[in-house]
Design a protein around this ligand. Sequence first.
Ligand code: WT7
Length: 635
Amino acid sequence: MSNYHIKHLEEYYQVYRKSVRNPEVFWEEIAEEHFMWRKKWDNVLSWDFTKPEVKWFEGAQLNITENCIDRHLYTRGNKTAIIFEPNDPKESAEHITYKQLHDRVCRFANVLKEKGIKKGDRVCIYLPMIPELAISVLACARIGAIHSVVFAGFSASALATRIKDSECKMVITSDGSFRGSKTIDLKGIVDEALEDCDTIESVLVAKRIDANVNMKSGRDYWLQPLLDEAYHDCEPEIMNAEDPLFILYTSGSTGKPKGMVHTTAGYMVYTAYTFKNVFQYREKDVYWCTADIGWITGHSYIVYGPLCNGATTIMFEGVPSYPDFGRFWEIVEKHKVNQFYTAPTAIRALAKEGVEHLEKHDLSSLKVLGTVGEPINEEAWHWYDDNVGKKKAPIVDTWWQTETGGIMITPIAFATPTKPTYATLPFIGIQPALMDENGKEIKGNQVDGRLCIKFPWPSMARTIWGNHQRYKDTYFSAFENKYFTGDGALRDEVGYYRITGRVDDVIIVSGHNLGTAPIEDAINEHPAVAESAIVGFPHDIKGNALYGYVTLKETGESRNHDNLRKEINQLITEQVGPIAKLDKIQFTAGLPKTRSGKIMRRILRKIACKDTSNLGDTSTLLNPEIVQGIMDEVL
Ligand code: WT7
């Protein structure tokens, strides 16, 4: 079991050195000892960042669900794999054992087959956090279908864009979802999306809220009767190491969302290995990640990573504030959670409510706390450490991305001394580099720059679905022979990394990665709008909130600005989703532009942040007079 479980800092450094000196030998050992292969690889790694092309474990054959489920059946068949904690605390939790998970995944897989889904087909999953979500993901993987999970908070048009981009054949959804005291009509959203998608042949509908929904004959099927009829065993499809496992969309700074493609073997090895080490998961532990499976965090660290380790993983359907702000702590106490992984935005929202909710619950089971999704501010870090972990549970501040598939820079619990706001050290096998604006690597400590990764790791996304050129342009063109993350970072005197935030036009709101382009497109569809630009500005709870500068068409007609603001946010809700609504909308006479017509967001960002002492270089502006006007009326 060499190297699989790192226990102290010295060991981290030893293993790290080995992993970068001889990556192939290192990853081969990990892969060899801890996973189930139908056939071993011919070659551990081949790569070329100029194409770019990366292949791990080429020639190997496997099925990831055999690793997540089947191989545990003899040793852990009756162990709980998934605990489903419903939205309503009065509804009882459901414990699904590995044996039951096997049964349910196999039945679901057989339903998919019966509906004509084959290896390589794309299946869109648009479900709330109910067991069917994890089960349908695994069922796709069982038969080699490529799942494309779309977060069930996205609107019909965002869903349609994603379905069309990857030409999905099927949608899996539910009659609706619970969210706190509200219900959401998911099936209605799917119906609307499908008006405009011609690749979908069937829709499977899980029952969750007992809503009266329209079922389109010949297209829509209730899931449960099909599962009841289906056979309880299903031979796994044997996949090649580099066969796509899933597509997951993420925002870019421009254009439509990018369908990041993750492949099978490398993704499995890396997510499993990071899960085990970062969280120091032990056999009897109960692990809870509060993310939604609609994001990469849920894919890698609710489903694949934990199940590959035979862990018990919690799926929570609800929200932190329902029925009150004690809900998370009630769940921690109820299931005796040992590892708790959440986002800074949730921590800030909970901290705002004070400690009285915490004090009502026994949190002594907690051993490790995690955070992900955006930089965590010092105050939130200390609140988490003092009140949730009682200074005894290390905080793992894990930096990574949809594109990286797994955790990249992070403390290893109990091994790496933590430091507030620092993601600390690269994980085993990860080779970060900080770059200056001229494309040169900045060596040494106490420096800052743009964060790149200079060597492949097993779980990196291999391409953007249908657009390899965009993959190359976005990630491999800014710096020669390196993967560019889009983030800035600094390295302190001992080599710890602190992520300082995005250096592009992606804005992270409540941990959700939002591209400016689709939101601006939505705003611009308003008949009164000529042009718009959005930027982020600091927000106490969300980390960043959105600030929109909107120029109206000159029609001579005066419109009520408050009504316009509502209409604009309504359009955004319809086209992108409620998470992308603007907190502030300022109507401006124009937008600052460069001579080539590019909006200077840098200036707008400073104005929105009320940081106007130094606007930087404005010499390339075409219309400098606009800037003063905007500053005078800033909200
Ligand atoms: C972006 C990626 C990876 C799962 C969730 C987000 C930011 C993520 C941290 C962290 C500072 C972080 C980065 C990154 N980010 N984790 N621990 N500290 N920033 O995935 O939606 O692909 O977003 O989230 O800016 O580039 P994502």
